[in-house]
Each structure stands twice: as structure tokens, then as C-alpha cells.
Design a protein around this ligand. Structure first.
Ligand code: SF4
Ligand code: SF4
Length: 294
């Protein structure tokens, strides 16, 4: 398919979008990357275990004004690059959630303070699957005459240590922010809402990884099925109880520094590049679904 973007009817956009989703899931199901690698198994019995299940998708309008809102300090910040800054002719933003397999999730449900080997494979090797899926989407779109960019793999992507105002004064130290945010973009696209633990809760839960792509392909946009930033989080506090370093509280949300310190610690105790935790994302009501509200 290579007709000009504006000539595609809504029906063709929908079919094209469905074809894309099917192709990505077929890629994920059959990719040799979607398995614990034999040469770095962290835990007996995990060799070849599946990491990622079928993905769920949302498609945003690249000109949605909510992308500009992400430049506000209380959102991603002024360093955030909107879709058309990554790709001037952008029409759509693809956001997908790659849920961890049951093997990965079940392994990390125990509240024992230490991340399971399978979870660490999910976080690190599973992320490779997500990046490969992003690159697959770019190629798939290019073969059909469209352009696409993966901001988090683009040379312009950068993490920002400090956030400064226009005069260069530091507004926020150790910001944990960058010029693109998979989570905020997922929210704008309609994929899910924020969690107390700061992840994104989707229809397949919070346990998994998110990928995003900006393209000039005219895809069928998702109608955001929520209004508030935290609509899918029921504030049950289970994530706070699971956190080994008390980084989360129902009243105060998540504190990034203690979480970061703990993740750094796991870098030293597990074979690099493996590190992680995810105790706040496994065995909680939002692990694999949108949690019920009382
Ligand atoms: S465990 Fe409960 S409070 Fe924590 S993110 Fe999930 S739904 Fe929200
Ligand atoms: S907040 Fe950080 S340290 Fe706490 S459970 Fe979640 S990932 Fe682990």
C-alpha cells in the first residue's frame, strides 16, 4: 500500500492499522529474541522461557494538543520534543504495551525484597524484544512508503540530569527525565493511565514494557477511554506494601531516589547488564489488568 496519506478513507485506515497490529504480534510471537537467552540464564530452568506476550496498541494523533502540554514542568518538562519535532510530517504516534509472560510475572510476586531472575530477563531481554518490535514497525511502514522514527532509539534522544529554566537556573535536580517519555506518550495516545507506582496501567496491566513510534502513516486513532491521569489506579496501596525500600506511599506517591538507589544496588549484585526490581508491578491488582474499584 503506498497511496498518499490524505487519500486513505477511514475504513482503509482501520484495515491498515489492524494489519500493522497483527504483523507486530506475529513478529513478537516468532522472534528468537523473545526467549531467555541460553548464554545468560540467571536461574535454573529458565532457558528459552518466553518473555513477552501479545501486545496491545493505541494510536495518537500527532497534532493532539496534549503532546504540547507534556512540555510543562509538572509533566515531562520543557525538554520534551513533540511528535512533529521528531518527524516534521508526522501524522500518527504508535504506542504499544508488551506484557510480560506469566513466567516472568509469577516469578516476581513474592514479597521477599529481591527481584527474580525471570523478572530481570523480562526487563532487560524483554526490552530488546520491544526495541526489535519498534524497528520492525519502522521497516513495515517504510516498505509501504511511509516514514517512521523511534524517538528512544534516535540519536537525538537524551536523558536530562537537571531541568533548568530559561536563565539556566536548576528547577529540578536528578530529574529522571528525558526529551521523550514512553509513559506520557502512552497516556496521550490512549494506551493507559498512570499508576501510584508511576508505571502505566493498560488493559493488560502494568507488568511489561512500552514502545512508541512517530510516523507519517495515517493510522486509525484511538479515542482516549479516560479523562484523568490516574483513572485506572484504584489507590489500593498494594504496590507500596510490596516495595522493599518503602519508596511508595498512598499519600506521597513514588519517591524516585530510593527506588533508583535500590536498582543501582541490584546492578552490583546481579550479572550486568541485568538489574531491576518490579516488586511494585507483580502480584498487585493492576499487574495484568485494569484493577477493580470498590
Ligand atoms: S497496586 Fe494499587 S495503588 Fe498501586 S498502582 Fe496498582 S492499583 Fe494503583
Ligand atoms: S518503587 Fe522501585 S524499589 Fe520499590 S518496588 Fe517499585 S521498582 Fe522496586
Amino acid at each position: 500500500m503506498c497511496c498518499g496519506p490524505m487519500r486513505l478513507s477511514d475504513a482503509i485506515r482501520s484495515v491498515f492499522t489492524e494489519e500493522l497490529m497483527d504483523a507486530v504480534n506475529e513478529f513478537v510471537r516468532t522472534s528468537p529474541l523473545n526467549a531467555v537467552p541460553a548464554n545468560s540464564v540467571l536461574q535454573t530452568g529458565l532457558d528459552g522461557a518466553r518473555l513477552i506476550d501479545d501486545c496491545v496498541f493505541a494510536f495518537g494523533d500527532a497534532s493532539d494538543p496534549l503532546f504540547e502540554v507534556q512540555k510543562q514542568p509538572q509533566a515531562v518538562g520543557p525538554q520534551f520534543m513533540a511528535p512533529m519535532e521528531w518527524l516534521p510530517e508526522a501524522l500518527s504516534v504508535i504506542s504499544f504495551f508488551a506484557p510480560f509472560s506469566e513466567t516472568v510475572k509469577a516469578s516476581n510476586r513474592e514479597i521477599d525484597g529481591f527481584p527474580s531472575g525471570a523478572w530481570l530477563h523480562g526487563r532487560i531481554d524483554g526490552q530488546r524484544v520491544v526495541f526489535a518490535a519498534c524497528e520492525f514497525i519502522v521497516d513495515w511502514l517504510k516498505q509501504r512508503g511511509f516514514k517512521a522514527v523511534v524517538p528512544s532509539l534516535d540519536p537525538r534522544f537524551k536523558a536530562v540530569d537537571d531541568i533548568r529554566d530559561e536563565e539556566g537556573q536548576i528547577i529540578l535536580e536528578k530529574s529522571f527525565r528525558s526529551n521523550w517519555s514512553e509513559r506520557h506518550v502512552a497516556y496521550v495516545c490512549g494506551l493507559g493511565t498512570f499508576a501510584l507506582s508511576r508505571g502505566i496501567i493498560t488493559e493488560k496491566g502494568i507488568s511489561g514494557r512500552v514502545g512508541t513510534i512517530v510516523t507519517n502513516a495515517p493510522l486509525a486513532f484511538t479515542k482516549r477511554p479516560y479523562e484523568g491521569l490516574y483513572d485506572y489506579c484504584n489507590r489500593c496501596g498494594a504496590c507500596a506494601k510490596h516495595c522493599p525500600v518503602n519508596a511508595i506511599s498512598v499519600e506521597g506517591g513514588k519517591q524516585q531516589i530510593p527506588c533508583w538507589v535500590f536498582l543501582e544496588q541490584t546492578k552490583r549484585t546481579v550479572a550486568p547488564p541485568y538489574f531491576g526490581c518490579g516488586k511494585c508491578q507483580a502480584g498487585v491488582p493492576c499487574e495484568s489488568r485494569i484493577p477493580a474499584r470498590d
